[in-house]
Structures are given as C-alpha cells and as structure tokens.
Design a binder for this molecule. Structure first.
Ligand SMILES: *Cc1c(COP(=O)(O)O)cnc(C)c1O
Length: 239
C-alpha cells in the first residue's frame, strides 16, 4: 500500500462510519444513502485509488479539470457527477463524461444539455439545484434556482430528449434565514422533493450534505451526500 492509499482508506472508513451512525440514529438503512466523493483539485491517481477502495461515485465542479480526469479514468466503473456552476459553452464537454449533472438551475442550461446529450447519444441524469436563500426569479450565490422556479425547470427537464429528471440538490446556504441551520435547510429541501415526486415519482434523488454537515443531511432524508475534504484532505486551492 502506498501512503496515499493508506490515508484515503483511513479517511473513507471514518466517513463510512459517520454515514452509518447517522443512518442508525434516525432508523435509516445504510444503503439508503450513497456516498459521492468530490475529487475536485485532486489528481486522477487519487480517483484510481478511491475506485480500488470501493468508491463508485465521484463528483467534480470544473469541466477543465473534470474532462481530462474522466478520460484518464475511462477504464474504471465510475459514475461522474457534475456539481459546479455550468456555463453553456462547457455543456458539450460535460455531456461526454458526466452521468448526472447536479447543478441544473436555468432553462437555457436545460436546452443546451438536452442538445448535447442527444448529440452524444447519451442519457444525462439531471438534478435541479435549489438555492434556498435565493429570492423569486434570482439565482443563488453559488448557483441554484429559487424554490419557486423548481417546478418549471423540472417540467423542462422531464420534457427534454436525452435528459432524465432524477431529483434535487442543494448546498446549505451561508447567508439568509438558513445560515448555520443546515438541518432546517435540508428538511426544507425534502419538502420540495415531496412536491416534486408528486408530479415526477421517479425523481427521488436528494443530494445534500458535505464533509461538515453530512449527518444533518442524512437525518433530513438525503439519498446522496457529497464529501470532499473528509476523504481527500483540505484542498490546496479554492475549488
Ligand atoms: C466541493 C463541494 C462539495 C464537497 O465539499 P467538502 O466540504 O469538501 O466535503 C460538495 N458539493 C459541492 C457542490 C462542492 O462544490
């Protein structure tokens, strides 16, 4: 074992333990929650080690970094999630390797993703990113649509060739009424998920929770947690 492999194995085991305890605390089965490891800023060699250690879902937030990494790991059985703010000029590239785009937050992005998915002959899973702190008609600081825009976007995704509506994603807001109240924020997201599922029963994915707040996300009912730092270490640069 390389030192890095040992370190990643130890960190993964600790995160696994946290997820298992969080599930047990609220009477959920461990397999109701999927761990997505956010590998942004870390090299393809780490992705390879994580795969050896059993990780099957990874996430990236910048196409410039993700595209070469996904290409370098194309032989691995991995699902790639795109979790960053996405410009339409990057959509064609992202659609070539991503399995799920978690940051769908405006109609223009839906049409661009649909065109790119059709062209690539791939089906792209889409999560609507919800900005719990955004006012009606506005975007969140870190992307995302205001809650009253979810329905329209969901209908657009559901009606677009090449796209599959999978559910909702959020990042706990740093400002506004939910600042510092992660559990309340994630519970609010679950309410939006219930409404969404009434119209789109298959859109049952709820992506919430990161290294600092995965327990609150699991308690609220998240199906997917996105963990970077706790597995890979503190990132060398902002990302
Ligand atoms: C970086 C990132 C994460 C992981 O954050 P950590 O605090 O490192 O666990 C999760 N979600 C998104 C959207 C991110 O950009």
């Amino acid at each position: 074992m390389t030192d890095r492999r040992t370190e990643l194995a130890k960190n993964l085991a600790a995160v696994e333990e946290r997820i298992a305890s969080a599930c047990a605390a609220v009477g959920r089965e461990r397999d109701e929650v999927t761990l997505i490891v956010v590998t942004k800023t870390y090299p393809a060699s780490d992705v390879r080690l994580l795969h050896e250690l059993g990780v099957r879902h990874v996430a990236e937030n910048r196409d410039q970094d993700a595209a070469p990494k996904a290409a370098a790991c194309a032989d691995l059985n991995l699902r790639w999630h795109f979790v960053g703010q996405l410009q339409t000029n990057k959509v064609r590239s992202v659609a070539s390797y991503a399995d799920v785009v978690q940051s769908v937050d405006r109609p223009k992005l839906v049409s661009a993703l649909s065109a790119a998915a059709v062209r690539a002959e791939r089906e792209l899973g889409c999560l609507i990113q919800v900005a719990l702190d955004a006012e009606s008609g506005r975007q969140g600081e870190r992307g995302g649509v205001a809650p009253d825009g979810i329905e329209e976007l969901a209908a657009a995704v559901a009606g677009s060739p090449g796209l599959r509506l999978d559910g909702l994603m959020t990042v706990a807001p740093l400002a506004g009424p939910y600042a510092g109240r992660q559990q309340a924020a994630f519970e609010r997201l679950m309410e939006f998920s219930s409404s969404l599922r009434a119209a789109h029963p298959a859109a049952n994915m709820v992506s919430a929770g990161m290294s600092a707040d995965l327990e609150q996300a699991v308690a609220a009912g998240a199906t997917h947690v996105r963990v970077g730092t706790a597995v890979l270490g503190v990132r060398p640069r902002l990302g």
